[in-house]
Design a protein around this ligand. Structure first.
Ligand code: ADP
Length: 799
């Protein structure tokens, strides 16, 4: 008799089997089959005893299982006994679903009951039906074992399925065997391996409808012992191969979803026994798992390809490094960037490709990201394989792999080209600003230059006369004084230019606002004549903190702007410009008001932008207000603007009142002794500009003995040979040997002479010269200089 133990726990199985097999050989022999699920059993459950184990789960599931077993048994000839502990009400539900009997394990009762049952069934003379021939199974135990072992060998993928069908054919002694995967639309079967008539056949796609495979998928298994073609007339493969019998099982994944079919088919009729089912079921489980694994792998590969396509589509180079800073992944752009193949890069570090000092910087930056876990962005320099230096912006971020390993991913942006363009643009910008500045400076200098040169020609003219009247003398003197004032203005402008080299260069101190305003008015006086009414409303105000020259420059600029804003075609008596001062607490206001054209709000927004001008080329540079704004800010103040288009504008400078402690008072100029009282000194003047030497000689004529040289090296030679001077005045910027180098050499050759050496310069000098002068606190003479300042300077050197 056959006994099927379905879902009976392993320990209980042994016990049941022991009882059924009987002790002492008195009980009839049973063929016992253990099954974990209905899917491992034949479609038709053979006559005999089915013992169903109830794991105590949901009643609904147990009822369903009973119903399915009931549907597959040979009616009364298959007895269904449920081993269960459920309540009487639930037992009724199981009975209604098809259970013939419910008994509760463990205990004496059920053991006896089983023995009685099996005996009764046996004595009933129940024979195994023709379908199942237990005595002569189609598959021998050895073959089954061999097929099982072979199918669980190391092969995976297509090879596994090929080996499997080959084993199936030999184990079942049939004509053909196949394994097929269900397509996603569930309409077809993609053959993975197909063996028939002694050889493999090519894989193909089979429609599922009207085939025994479809039955196997629907019902878990399908067995057609004979007349296969008549039953499935539409199945082309069966027709073609002339199969008569079929046994197939559905392949399932871990979620019990059908994923394919495994089947054997034969050219002769064959009947499947329980061993056939068992073997096919066992192999089917393995094949289903392999199919599912293959699918998962394909999905994984798909995902991997997808990700790699994404990363390769990124046009910027991308790489991933492991904790040892070795490249482990990258995109095509990175391989191209490094001019290497991926294989050449994987497993290597930066040290294998770039100069060591660069690699160590990358290493340090990577480490920072690894340690902090925080992303960072750096500008880095890399020497590429062609030896060119590249500027890169690299963004790096850390992440943790599935196994807990640390990685960093980096995206590189090569900014070499854009940096180069930026540099060019900056250079072009600078050139433009230098040009505009030069135009502005020319404009500022031209005015004083105009009256200086006219005064000089007047002086020359007057001096050509043999005799000079007293009146003419006075006028001559006035022309000279005005010219000197003009040169002072030019000097002020040139000194202001130095502001562009170093904004904080000039000393700040107490500035007398009214003096500045008067100076500014003097400068613009001529231009205002016949153009506008200029009024002053100057309240007494305290000194402000700042620089006199710069404040003067700003006020002149505001006055000139006011003048230029006045309509040309309006009678001058209708044009008015008013300059006023107020004292407001810690602040002093200087206002310049005009009744000119005013400004639109768009213009007002931009007036402090460098190079913004509404004036025609040659008249406006657009620098005036932007420079003024910076200058006033350096003094600690700001500029306010009020303007109405068509009515006029008011510009207000707001400046901090000078605080006594803010700066030491300007040292009083050293009184210069009258020339006759000065002792006659030997002075050496070194300047590569011969005119400077000549003018100094002229200025000091009759007072000192002046020697001039144009090359500092020559001077050094003289001194080395023993020549001595009371004072040496040396230019800083010279061809051959600079002033700084000269003093340094002199400190070595004749230190006492070095102490009596002073430097002079007309311009801005380099940082080295500046720091040299600052370090030694050297006295310094600004060019151009006048007689008084020159003589005072020399006096200080003698001391
Ligand atoms: P520039 O005088 O060379 O144009 P500024 O920086 O001094 O340069 O002035 C910028 C612009 O501001 C001028 O072109 C003009 O449009 C406007 N502006 C300045 N002052 C006045 C003013 N008093 N009235 C009207 N517009 C003015």
């Amino acid at each position: 008799m056959q006994v099927i133990l379905l879902k009976v726990p392993l320990l209980l199985c042994d016990e049941v089997e022991r009882r059924l097999q009987g002790e002492g050989g008195q009980e009839p022999r049973c063929q016992v089959l253990r099954a974990a699920g209905l899917e491992h059993l034949p479609e038709r459950l053979p006559p005999g005893l089915v013992i169903l184990g109830d794991d105590g789960g949901a009643l609904k599931e147990m009822v369903e299982l009973c119903r399915r077993v009931h549907a597959r048994r040979f009616s009364w000839r298959t007895h269904l006994t449920v081993l269960t502990r459920r309540s009487p009400v639930e037992l009724q539900a199981l009975a209604r679903a098809g259970a013939d009997e419910c008994i509760s394990p463990p205990g004496e009762d059920w053991g006896v009951r089983l023995i009685a049952l099996s005996r009764r069934l046996h004595l009933d003379g129940m024979e195994a039906p023709a379908l199942v021939r237990l005595e002569q199974p189609r598959v021998t135990a050895q073959e089954a074992l061999y097929a099982l072992l072979s199918s669980t060998s190391a092969d995976i993928g297509p090879e596994f399925f090929r080996a499997l069908v080959a084993h199936l054919v030999s184990a079942f002694r049939v004509t053909g065997a196949l394994v097929g995967a269900l397509t996603p639309d569930k309409e077809h079967l993609q053959l993975l391996a197909f063996w028939t008539d002694g050889g493999f056949r090519e894989s193909r796609l089979l429609p599922l409808r009207g085939t025994p495979h479809q039955e196997a998928i629907t019902h878990g298994s399908c067995h057609i012992p004979d007349a296969l073609v008549e039953r499935f007339p539409d199945d082309a493969l069966l027709q073609e191969q002339g199969y008569r019998a079929y046994l197939g099982v559905a392949l399932r994944d871990s979620h019990q979803q059908a994923v394919g079919v495994m089947a054997v088919a034969h050219g002769e009729p064959f009947e499947a026994g329980i061993m056939d089912y068992a073997l096919l079921g066992a192999l089917g489980t393995r094949a289903g798992a392999e199919l599912a694994r293959g699918r998962a792998q394909a999905e994984l590969e798909h995902t991997r390809d997808f990700l790699s396509n994404i990363i390769n589509a990124v046009p910027d180079p991308v790489f991933v490094k492991d904790r040892e800073h070795r490249f482990v992944a990258m995109n095509a752009a990175f391989a191209r960037f490094m001019a290497r193949t991926e294989e050449q890069l994987i497993g290597k570090s930066d040290y294998d490709f770039v100069p060591e000092h660069e690699a160590s910087i990358f290493w340090r930056k990577d480490e920072e990201v690894f340690r902090s876990g925080q992303p960072n962005e750096n500008e880095e320099t890399l020497t590429d394989s062609a030896g060119r230096s590249r500027t890169l912006i690299t963004t790096k971020a850390a992440f943790t792999g599935a196994g807990g390993e640390q990685f960093i991913v980096a995206v590189i942006r090569d900014v070499t080209e854009s940096r180069r363009l930026e540099m060019q643009l900056r250079l072009a910008d600078r050139m433009a600003s230098v040009g505009a500045l030069a135009a502005g400076v020319a404009h500022e200098i031209n005015n004083p230059l105009a009256y200086i040169s006219s005064n000089l020609s007047f002086i020359a003219e007057q001096l050509a006369q043999d005799e000079l009247e007293h009146e003419a003398r006075t006028e001559l003197r006035q022309a000279v004084l005005e010219s000197l004032e003009g040169t002072r203005r030019v000097r002020g402008i040139v000194q202001d230019l130095k502001f562009f080299a170093r904004a904080d260069d000039e000393k700040q101190g107490a500035v007398d606002v009214h003096r500045v305003i008067h100076g500014a008015l003097r400068i613009v006086r001529n231009e205002f004549q016949h153009r506008a009414l200029l009024t002053r409303a100057l309240e007494p105000v305290p000194a402000v903190h700042g620089s006199e020259g710069r404040l003067g420059q700003v006020v002149v600029n505001l006055l000139v702007n006011a003048l230029q804003a006045l309509p040309i075609d309006r009678p001058s008596e209708q044009n008015s410009v008013r300059i006023a001062t107020h004292h407001k607490g810690a602040w002093v206001h200087i206002e310049v008001e005009d009744n000119g054209q005013g400004m639109s709000s768009e213009v007002q927004k931009r007036i402090f932008d460098p190079f913004f001008t509404t004036k025609p080329i040659g008249k406006g540079t657009g620098l005036g207000l932007s420079i003024s704004n910076t200058l006033i800010q350096v003094m600690g103040g700001w500029i306010e603007v009020q303007s109405t288009q068509g009515k006029g504008s008011t510009f207000r400078l707001v400046l901090p009142v000078y605080q006594e402690k803010a700066a030491a008072p300007e040292p009083a100029p050293t009184p210069v002794a009258p020339p006759t009282q000065e002792p006659r000194r030997r002075v050496l003047l070194i300047d590569d500009e011969p005119a400077v030497g000549a003018s100094v000689r002229r200025l000091l004529r009759g007072v000192h003995e002046v020697h001039t040289l144009q090359d500092a090296r020559e001077a050094l030679g003289l001194i080395a040979r023993g020549e001595r001077y009371d004072a040496i005045l040396c230019d800083v910027m010279m061809q051959g040997m600079s002033g700084v180098q000269f003093v340094q050499e002199l400190e070595r050759v004749a230190p006492e002479m070095a102490r009596r050496t002073g430097l002079m310069s007309g311009g801005v000098f380099d940082a080295q010269a500046r720091s040299f002068i600052e370090a030694r606190a050297l006295d310094f003479l600004h060019k151009p200089f006048e007689r008084e300042s020159l003589r005072a300077f020399l006096e200080r050197l003698y001391r």
